[in-house]
Design a protein around this ligand. Structure first.
Ligand SMILES: [Zn+2]
Ligand SMILES: [Zn+2]
Length: 184
């Protein structure tokens, strides 16, 4: 997607470049795993792009929010994301990197990326922070008791007499699936 994510290195001013922009339509959705969907609320990127010689440092914050179902109890949840982005772009043929002038001391680099043309895309580090922030099987809480494998009740809020079969039984997943389908 051109525009927001593409930056021509020679057009970065001495003082750096300030980005403050909504994310392109559909971008977030295309980087979410199957467990998530965008909440439809505002998604934005604020970033500072600074050039030091041939190196380009991007620091900023990506904000978005996602919706998902707890993978144990199928409860609907949403989560606000405020993700720090910090990435360094270096020329592919750089014999060595001059890092001493860059302020990398505070919390370290999130990632380093090689570039081959004068136009760099800052999308890869953005995609990485999104993927990294979202676990594959999200839970409403680490203590979530899940659904009863027998009667399908949500054991976080209800009790049942079905007995001993724990949430790790092979039937638990089946009950969850059944419950999920019943909702549709
Ligand atoms: Zn849950
Ligand atoms: Zn039960």
């Amino acid at each position: 997607m051109p525009g927001l994510f593409d930056i021509h290195i020679d057009e970065i001013p001495q003082a750096g470049l300030e980005l403050d922009s909504p994310l392109p339509e559909g971008w977030l959705a295309s980087h979410l795993g199957p467990a998530y969907r965008p909440s439809g609320k505002a998604e934005s990127l604020q970033a500072h792009v600074r050039r030091e010689g041939d190196n380009v440092l991007v620091t900023g914050t990506l904000k978005a929010s996602v919706e998902f179902e707890c993978s144990r109890c199928a409860d609907s949840l949403s989560r606000e994301l405020e993700l720090a982005v910090k990435a360094l772009f270096i020329p592919e043929d750089a014999a060595h990197i001059h890092l001493e002038n860059l302020d990398l001391s505070s919390d370290g680099l999130e990632g380093m990326y090689e570039y081959t043309s004068r136009t760099i895309s800052i999308e890869p580090p953005l995609a990485e922070v999104v993927v990294f922030a979202l676990e594959d099987y999200p839970l409403c809480s680490q203590e979530c008791a899940g659904l009863c494998p027998t009667c399908g009740r949500n054991l976080n809020t209800e009790k049942c007499d079905c007995g001993a079969t724990g949430k790790d039984s092979p039937f638990a997943a089946l009950a969850q699936l059944k419950n999920k389908l019943a909702r549709k």
